[in-house]
Design a protein around this ligand. Structure first.
Ligand code: AQP
Length: 330
């Protein structure tokens, strides 16, 4: 079975951008591939955070992923820092990655602007750690949102450089595009993002979600209720496409274009269909919060499996790179 690898940062509340751009797609893949999904806590350390909150966030990210349908009996879920080989492989990849490649990364430039006073080496090295995550498991496919495509391309480049310099041991992984690769925030402009506080959290109470939806930006060219709108210009319509059935989408398209349907009514319809999908997820999360034993057990099993794979691959990597194994000295 081909292998899939992807990760999510425990940087805050999991939002519908993460869900539609990544997690929902991950769930769809678990029976077709050997799927390994990771809570990438080392990546989360590249921006300022509260150490006292990190372990809770890590557990919570795992819990939400499971509540969203990542059944740990059918895929592997683990925490990046539980497998130290990720950072070891990062070091080796650092030595085949030109700094210029990292400085060109869009995410680095954006995050460096966002966290001007905290532009640490880890932020620049973020995509190399991501390459190590993926290649440590020799993954064939990486399902991500559009914002991460550039990093997967760099991963392919790093695999090529390592293979040419040392030995051809890594596959060049391919992106698997999510059906909804980019969800904009409630401002209708920037990417929905935990750190931009422009998101709808997966587990937020329905009244909070409605309030956020009610005030979200729609088609900016539709100024008055009587103006016809254009669904393809509207972020609310993009979200509708992910949650609402095709007959509702048709109704919205014609209603919006003819000005028969107002934005608030359109949002009410979205809220209704969104809640059909989010309510059971919230209920599963509440039950896992009452007893998080299944989450903890999944992470222990996941770390055990990933450590085994990582140990073997790192033996191969060290040997290809010409390092001296301890057991060869005696
Ligand atoms: N708005 C989005 N639309 C589609 N996909 C998205 N993803 C994130 N935001 C969107 C996808 O979710 C996966 C996990 O993302 P992440 O948590 O590792 O990192 P991120 O992309 O940096 O997410 P945020 O919310 O923007 O976090 P912060 O604010 O902490 O930087 C990835 O596959 C990503 O593509």
């Amino acid at each position: 079975m081909d292998r899939v690898f992807s990760g999510i940062q425990p940087t805050g509340e999991v939002h519908i951008g993460n869900y539609l751009g990544a997690i929902k797609h991950w769930v769809e893949l678990i029976d077709q591939y050997d799927c390994i999904y990771c809570i990438v806590d080392y990546h989360a350390m590249t921006v300022p955070y509260e150490p006292g909150e990190m372990s809770r966030r890590i557990l919570d990210a795992a819990l939400v992923n499971i509540a969203c349908g990542l059944d740990p009996e059918r895929c592997t879920l683990f925490v990046q820092s539980h497998v130290p080989e990720h950072t070891e492989l990062t070091w080796i990849f650092n030595c085949v990655t030109p700094i210029g490649d990292l400085e060109r990364m869009t995410q680095f430039k954006e995050k460096a602007k966002q966290h001007r006073k905290h532009v640490n080496a880890g932020l620049l090295d973020y995509p190399v750690l991501q390459a190590a995550d993926i290649l440590l498991y020799k993954a064939h496919y990486v399902p991500v949102g559009v914002d991460q495509v550039q990093h997967v391309e760099l991963t392919r480049e790093i695999a090529r450089r390592f293979n040419q310099r040392f030995a051809p041991i890594f596959p060049e992984p391919q992106v698997l595009h999510s059906p909804t690769p980019k969800i904009l925030g409630l401002d209708g402009q920037s990417k929905m993002s935990k750190s931009l506080n422009n998101y709808i959290g997966m587990l937020e109470p329905p009244d909070v979600i409605w309030e956020k939806l009610r005030t979200a930006v729609t088609d900016v060219q539709r100024v008055r209720r009587s103006d016809p709108g254009e669904p393809t210009r509207c972020n609310i319509y993009t979200i509708h496409q992910a949650f609402s059935p095709s007959e509702v989408l048709k109704e919205i398209e014609s209603g919006c274009r003819s000005a028969g349907l107002g934005c608030v009514d359109c949002k009410r319809l979205l809220f209704e269909h969104m809640m059909k999908e989010l309510d059971p997820i919230r209920q599963r999360a509440e039950s896992l919060r009452r007893d998080d034993g299944p989450v903890r057990r999944a992470l222990i099993r996941g770390a055990e499996r990933c450590r085994e794979i990582a140990r073997e691959v790192m033996k191969e990597v060290r040997s290809s790179a010409g390092l001296l194994p301890l057991d060869a000295i005696s």
